[in-house]
Ligand binder design. Structure first.
Ligand code: 6R9
Length: 650
């Protein structure tokens, strides 16, 4: 692991404001303080009780099989169908007419999809996948905009036991093909494109390009969203010609609790994305329970809205599996918050009477920048719980969220978790916790999180170190797809018997947790994880770049902005056009989200004796600070030469 997080600890932590829940909220809350005690007294019994919130076709023999750690099995011997838990059981209970998804397209088109209609569509999609040769265990890649068909495709896969791998629609053809290839996918489900920032963007050409390199792909199933011209190949099949006309008779078969549900790729420090594998019973248990507990969802009256993209784990657990398993009514929005105007989100809250809103700090900071007057124009009084996820939320942003969106009296739940954890791990409970701006506070009932020092010893209150998880949890990743060794090395090799999350954290004087960001080199740009190495490799793949080092420099809007330091090859000088070309090259290779904010040409890079680039020092430059400790450099004069070389160049 790179550097200790202690250096960054001091600035955040002088917060002493607390906001206890109102007595009215606590009185009707889904979960009370007793949950912590119950879980502490009998952790596995607690999770067993939460698993009973789902319908199982066959009961489990054991709650947890931890005989071969860290390879966990939860609810062994149990069988269930994940999609049936999200749909069939609600329709069977007479809730078919309840709206599952209020879809709001960016151009203003809307659809209200009931549970009965969603089930009908999922059954037809499941039949179509089967007709296209997809069987239980086959992988399906989904590359879609934020439209209901994305959720339908995921649920259809779950229904037939075909693990899906959703690839974020902002990723390039190269990123898409490496994920299709790693998963060995048989089918790709995509749309022609989607709407974003007032324009149609294309997805199908990226799929065409990606699939050329992917011999495992037999068919491409294409939803028409924008109606733009697309090339048509033999392997392509139209959703409108297949799913729309397929039979809506489909009986869901139960699968083993440990049957793979999905693979979701997350960037790794060594560049190759990691395929995080989640399975069925434990994942759904924790996604469902946490959605019920953390958001206090009352399915008969709440209107829930998570603004995440479906290509992010937040979209999996808190748009698809958590809310639908709980029978929620939710809003799904296709576009961006500034289209056609910067009040769009608040207009949607007002229109649907949204009661629970779950969004990211980067969005909140953007809204702050746009001005208090914008949300003030809308009626936001329906809101009763506000959530945050993706990065640490700064106390100022937290307070702004509370005042300007929550009207000063709505609980905020700052939820810490990861693709790997599958579901929320650390968060206040809105009817129990006195919240504290900027702190994610406490592990949820049944979750054992700690902060340890380099030796793995628990730090006392007031201390900082590394966030770890001490006990297995139901929605934990089971492995990295196809690479058990990397799973062991990445998460379980740092501290004996503990899961290493890769985040720095501190416990304050009350024992509340403060998350301090990644301790390794992963950058978080607008809530998306991007590895330095991936960006570096993209730069080096350009003919004029010999070497590159990339750092995340703090950015008031996106959280971090990417600053790249490059050593030239084959050319003696750069130019503004050339730098623009390099930035564009990264965007083309990895997707626009990875485009560097700045590319700086240097003659050399700071390296340790073992040859590792010391990004911490480059971050000092990128953030215009005094350069830190250079004693571990192979050549400790290199930093002053880099700095001198930059004078006037910035
Ligand atoms: C759900 C998700 C995981 C990383 C995680 C951490 C950061 C997420 C956070 C948070 C502070 C929070 N993170 N939530 N940091 N406070 N409430 O974001 O998954 O994309 O895998 O990212 O995001 O650094 O380790 P993922």
């Amino acid at each position: 692991m790179a550097e200790t997080p202690q250096e960054t600890l001091a600035n955040l932590l002088s917060e002493d404001r607390t906001f206890p829940p109102s007595p009215e909220f606590s009185k009707t809350a889904n979960v009370t303080a007793a949950a912590y005690e119950e879980a502490a007294a009998d952790r596995l019994g607690f999770w067993e009780q939460q698993a009973r919130r789902l319908d199982w076709s066959k009961d489990w023999d054991r709650v947890l099989d931890w005989d071969d750690p860290p390879f966990a099995k939860w609810f062994t011997g149990g069988e269930l169908n994940v999609a049936a838990n999200c749909l069939d059981r609600h329709v069977e209970a007479g809730l078919g007419d309840r709206v599952a998804i209020h879809f709001e397209g960016e151009p203003g088109d809307t659809r209200a999809v009931t549970y009965a209609a969603l089930l009908d569509e999922v059954k037809r999609a499941a039949n179509t996948l089967t007709d296209l040769g997809v069987e239980a265990g086959d992988r399906v890649v989904i590359y879609m905009p934020m439209i209901p068909e994305a959720a339908v495709a995921m649920l259809a896969c779950a229904r037939i036991g075909a693990p899906h791998s959703v690839v974020f629609g902002g990723f390039s053809a190269t990123a898409l093909s490496s994920r299709i290839d790693d998963a060995g996918a048989k089918l790709v489900v995509c749309a022609d494109g989607g709407f974003r920032k007032g324009k149609a963007f294309a997805l199908k050409p990226m799929v065409d390009e990606a699939v050329e390199q992917c011999p495992t792909v037999e068919k491409v199933l294409v939803v028409t969203r924008t109606g733009q011209d697309v090339d048509w190949n033999d392997r392509d099949v139209k959703w409108e010609d297949t799913v729309a006309t397929a039979s809506n008779e489909h009986v869901a078969q139960a699968f083993d609790a440990e049957h793979p549900l999905f693979i979701l790729y997350t960037s790794g420090t060594t560049g190759k994305p990691k395929g995080i594998l989640h399975t069925s019973g434990g994942y759904l248990t924790q996604a469902s329970y946490t959605h019920h507990a953390v958001f206090d969802l009352k399915p008969e009256s709440d209107v829930y809205w998570c603004t995440a993209d479906i290509g992010w784990v937040t979209g999996h657990s808190y748009i698809v599996y958590g809310p639908l398993s709980n029978g929620a009514t939710q809003v799904m929005y296709e576009g961006t918050p500034d289209t056609p105007h910067t009040g769009r989100l608040w207009e949607i809250v007002q229109k649907y009477g949204v009661t629970i809103l779950y969004t990211a700090p980067t969005a909140i900071r953007t809204f702050m920048k746009w001005g208090d007057d914008i949300p003030a124009r809308y009626d936001l009084t329906s809101l009763r719980v506000l959530g945050s996820v993706g990065e640490p939320i700064n106390p100022e942003a937290w307070m702004w969220y509370r005042e300007h969106i929550g009207g000063g009296n709505v609980p905020i739940v700052d939820t810490w978790w990861q693709t790997e954890t599958g579901a929320i791990m650390v968060s206040p409970l809105p009817g129990v916790t006195a919240t504290k701006p900027g702190s994610a506070q406490r592990p949820l009932p049944g979750i054992s999180v700690d902060v340890v020092d380099e030796q793995g010893a628990s730090v006392p209150d007031g201390g900082g170190g590394f966030l770890v998880i001490r006990e297995p949890w139901p929605s934990m990743l089971r492995t990295i797809w196809g690479d058990d060794q990397r799973f062991l090395d990445t998460y379980w090799a740092h501290f004996d018997g503990m899961y290493f999350a890769g985040d720095g954290a501190k416990k304050d004087g009350d024992g509340d947790l403060w998350l301090l960001g990644r301790v390794d080199d992963i950058m978080l740009v607008s809530g998306h994880n991007i590895s330095t190495t991936e960006v570096e490799s993209a730069l080096v793949s350009h003919a004029t770049v010999a070497e590159a080092a990339v750092v995340g420099a703090s950015d008031p809007v996106t959280g971090q902005g990417i600053v790249a330091f490059v050593i030239l090859r084959g050319v003696s000088e750069s130019s503004p056009e050339h730098l623009a070309e390099l930035r564009g090259h990264v965007s083309k290779t990895l997707g626009p989200i990875a485009k560097p904010r700045q590319v700086i040409v240097v003659a050399e890079l700071p390296k340790t004796r073992s040859g590792k680039i010391m990004r911490r020092l480059l971050r000092d430059i990128a953030e215009d600070r005094e350069i830190g400790d250079v004693t571990t450099l192979a050549d400790n004069t290199v930093m002053s030469r880099i700095k001198t070389g930059l004078q006037g160049g910035k």
